[in-house]
Design a binder for this molecule. Structure first.
Ligand SMILES: Cc1ncc(COP(=O)(O)O)c(C=O)c1O
Length: 441
C-alpha cells in the first residue's frame, strides 16, 4: 500500500468543475485571488494522514515515539495539529522551542538536538523541563552539567553519535568513522560515558541518537543504523552497568518530488527498523529498546504547495524560454541551494495541453534564482497561476527576506475552508528592526 510520502501531490488534489486545481476542497485560483501570491498552502488531510500512517506502520512496536522534526516547517498552528496526532517534537533552536511553548505543547514531548546549542538555549531547555536533550559534544556535556547544578534539576539526555553511515540519497557507504560535524564519533563514546559517570550526577543518560541523512530512498541504511545503535547501547549497559534503553533513529525518509523519485513507503521503513531491532536484540540477548523517530520532510512536504502568479516571459533567441513568477529563492531556496527539483502544474484552465518546454525563473536578483528548469507546460499567459508541489518542507522554514521582499502567507486548507496560519509580511515587518541612530537623523 502506498503511503502519502510516495505521492507527488497532496492526497486531496483534484480538478474541479471550473477546470482549476483544488486542494483540501479549495480552488487554488480562488486562494490566489483571496490571499495573493506567492502563497503557501498546507493540506490538513495529507498532514494528518501521514501522521496516522506512521502510527499504523509502527503499531506492532508500541515502544515507538514520534518526534516531528520542526526544522522542516515550524508554525504554531501546525504544531497543534501534529501534537493532536500524538507526535512529539524534535527542535534545534530557541526559536523552535519558543514557538512550541507558545502553542501550548507539553515540553516533556520535546527533544532538543543541534551541534552547537548556545548556553542560553540549553538554559531555556532546562528551565522548561524539556523531555530529552541530545548532547552533541563534550563542550555541551560540560555546559549542561553546570546548568543541572545551577537549577538543581535532573536532565534526561541522549548522546548523539555518528554511526559511520553516509547516505547520499540513492547510495550509501559505511565507514569506520564519519567526517561529520554532528555528534560523538563511535570511538569517543567511552570517554563521553565515563565523563557523565564521573562528573555529572544530574545528567541521566537514557540512550543514543543518530541521524544518517535526508531524502533517503534506501531501507538497508536503517537496518544498519539500528544495528549499530543497539550494539553501542548494549556495550554501554554491559560495560558501565547503566540502564540505557532508548535509541533515536533520526529522520530522513524521502518524498516524491518528481516522477523520477521512488521513496519507500512508511511500512517498508517500519518493517526494516522492527526486523533490525528483533534480529539484533536476539543476537545480543538484550531487551527491546524504546525508539524515537524524527521524520520531518516525509511528514510535511507532500502536504504543502506554493502558488505563484506568472509575470514576464522571455524567449532567448535559439535558447530557453523563461517564465517569471512573483516568488523564487526567498520563499524556496532549495533549487538554487542544491539543485532541488520540483513538479509544477498550471492551476487554472488545467485542460490546456503541455505544449512547450520552459524554465520558471524567480523574481530575485540572482541569475541562479531558477525554480525549475526545462519543464513541459502549456502556453502560459500573464496572471496564470502556477502550483509547485511538495513545498511543505524546508521552504518556509528556509525562507528569507532577500531583496527586502515580504515573506508569503500560509493557509491551511481543509474540507473547502481555509485558515491563515502565517500572515503575509508587510513592508512594516521589513523595517521593524531597522534603527536609524540619532546622529544620522
Ligand atoms: C537530527 C535530525 N533529525 C531529524 C531530521 C529530519 O530529517 P528529514 O526532514 O529528512 O526527515 C534532521 C534533518 O536534518 C536531523 O538533522
Amino acid at each position: 500500500m502506498k503511503t502519502t510520502n510516495q505521492f507527488t501531490k497532496p492526497i486531496t488534489t483534484v480538478i474541479n468543475s471550473k477546470n482549476n486545481l483544488e486542494i483540501g476542497g479549495c480552488d487554488l485560483v480562488d486562494l490566489a485571488k483571496n490571499y495573493g501570491t506567492p502563497l503557501y498552502v498546507i493540506d490538513e488531510k495529507s498532514l494528518r494522514t501521514i501522521c496516522q500512517e506512521y502510527k499504523n506502520a509502527f503499531r506492532e512496536y508500541p515502544k515507538t515515539n514520534f518526534m516531528y522534526a520542526s526544522k522542516a516547517l515550524c508554525t504554531s498552528a501546525l504544531s497543534k495539529i501534529i501534537s493532536d496526532e500524538g507526535f512529539g517534537f524534535d527542535v534545534v533552536s530557541g526559536g523552535e522551542i519558543y514557538t512550541l511553548k507558545n502553542a501550548g505543547i507539553n515540553m516533556k514531548n520535546v527533544l532538543f538536538n543541534g551541534s552547537n546549542k548556545t548556553f542560553e538555549e540549553l538554559e531555556m531547555a532546562v528551565q522548561y523541563d524539556i523531555g530529552r536533550i541530545s548532547v552533541d559534544n563534550f563542550y555541551e556535556l560540560e555546559l549542561l552539567n553546570d546548568l543541572t547544578i545551577k537549577y538543581s534539576k535532573n536532565v534526561n539526555i541522549l548522546l548523539r553519535i555518528t554511526p559511520g553511515i553516509e547516505c547520499h540519497t540513492h547510495e550509501y557507504i559505511q565507514t569506520g568513522h564519519s567526517d561529520s560535524k554532528f555528534g560523538f564519533d563511535l570511538t569517543q563514546i567511552d570517554d563521553a560515558v565515563n565523563f557523565i559517570k564521573n562528573n555529572c550526577k544530574k545528567l541521566i543518560l537514557k540512550g543514543l541518537h543518530a541521524h544518517i541523512g535526508s531524502q533517503i530512498f534506501e531501507t538497508q541504511v536503517y537496518y544498519d543504523e539500528v544495528k549499530i545503535l543497539i550494539n553501542e547501547l548494549t556495550n554501554i549497559k554491559n560495560k558501565y552497568g547503566i540502564s540505557v534503553d532508548e535509541i533515536n533513529i533520526g529522520g530522513g525518509l524521502g518524498v516524491k518530488y518528481t516522477e523520477d523519485d521512488n521513496p519507500p513507503s512508511i511500512f517498508e521503513i517500519s518493517n526494516t527498523i522492527i526486523s533490525s531491532i528483533k534480529d539484533c536484540c536476539k543476537e545480543l540477548n538484550t531487551d527491546y529498546p524504546m525508539i524515537y523517530l524524527e521524520p520531518g520532510r516525509s511528514i510535511i512536504s507532500t502536504a504543502g504547495v506554493t502558488l505563484y502568479t506568472v509575470g514576464s516571459q522571455k524567449q532567448v533567441p535559439n535558447g530557453r524560454k523563461y517564465i517569471a513568477v512573483d516568488g523564487g529563492m526567498a520563499d524556496n531556496p532549495r533549487p538554487s541551494m542544491y539543485q532541488a527539483k520540483y513538479h509544477v502544474e498550471v492551476a487554472n484552465n488545467v485542460n490546456r495541453t503541455n505544449s512547450e518546454v520552459v524554465t520558471v525563473a524567480g523574481r530575485y536578483c540572482e541569475s541562479g534564482d531558477i525554480l525549475v528548469k526545462d519543464v513541459d507546460l502549456p502556453m502560459l499567459e500573464k496572471n496564470d497561476i502556477l502550483c509547485f508541489f511538495n513545498t511543505g518542507a524546508y521552504n518556509y522554514s528556509m525562507s528569507s527576506n532577500y531583496n527586502r521582499t515580504a515573506k508569503p502567507a500560509m493557509v491551511l486548507a481543509n474540507s473547502g475552508k481555509t485558515d491563515i496560519i502565517i500572515k503575509r509580511e508587510t513592508f512594516d515587518d521589513i523595517i521593524r528592526n531597522d534603527v536609524i541612530p540619532n546622529r544620522l537623523r
